[in-house]
Design a binder for this molecule. Structure first.
Ligand SMILES: [Zn+2]
Ligand SMILES: [Zn+2]
Length: 171
């Protein structure tokens, strides 16, 4: 197993705890070949889980289509949770590598760029539905010094993780 596959397998394990009606994502931050932080996506601590209807944006897919409206989503993305956890425990992320089960969105890419994360390795692709913004997104991702790379490997839970809307139990 390659190093990329090793860390991506761990990111997939972290993803199991994701609590979002949308896609389920797991991320790990690696520095000097050590995992210094992990994160999965879901509502902030102490708030009603997205899977229990806690997030208006994720709940109302008639108004907010997939990949848009992240600014009003209360779910914290996996990559941002990993960065925030590192900050909380005082772990520097400069020159670190992020492994994420989904290609990081606009917001997560900006945060990683400014935190001086060196490169991103992702499993499933993500793109912005609006063409002009997709161009901007690619420009942003090209700014990472070590680049953005896809890790090609089997994901046994791809259908569950990539469902754009998971029905709530009472639906
Ligand atoms: Zn959500
Ligand atoms: Zn994101």
């Amino acid at each position: 197993m390659s190093r990329d596959e090793y860390y991506m397998n761990i990111a997939m394990a972290v993803r199991k705890k994701a609590n979002c009606l949308g896609r389920k994502v797991g991320a790990v931050i690696v520095r000097e070949n050590r995992i210094i932080s992990t994160g999965y996506n879901g509502t902030p601590e102490g708030m009603v889980n997205c899977t229990d209807g806690g997030c208006v944006r994720c709940r109302d897919r008639a108004t907010y289509q997939a990949s848009v409206g992240y600014d009003v989503c209360i779910c914290v993305h996996a990559e941002q949770n990993a960065l925030i956890t590192a900050a909380r425990f005082g772990n520097a992320v400069e020159d670190a590598i992020v492994y994420s089960t989904l290609r990081p969105c606009f917001d997560c890419t900006k945060a990683m760029l400014q935190a001086r994360v060196t490169s991103i390795h992702y499993l499933h692709n993500w793109h912005h539905p609006i063409g002009a913004l997709q161009d901007q997104y690619e420009l942003l991702q090209r700014s990472l010094r070590g680049g953005v790379h896809q890790v090609t490997m089997h994901d046994p839970e791809a259908d569950w993780a990539n469902a754009k809307l998971t029905p709530t139990p009472d639906q």
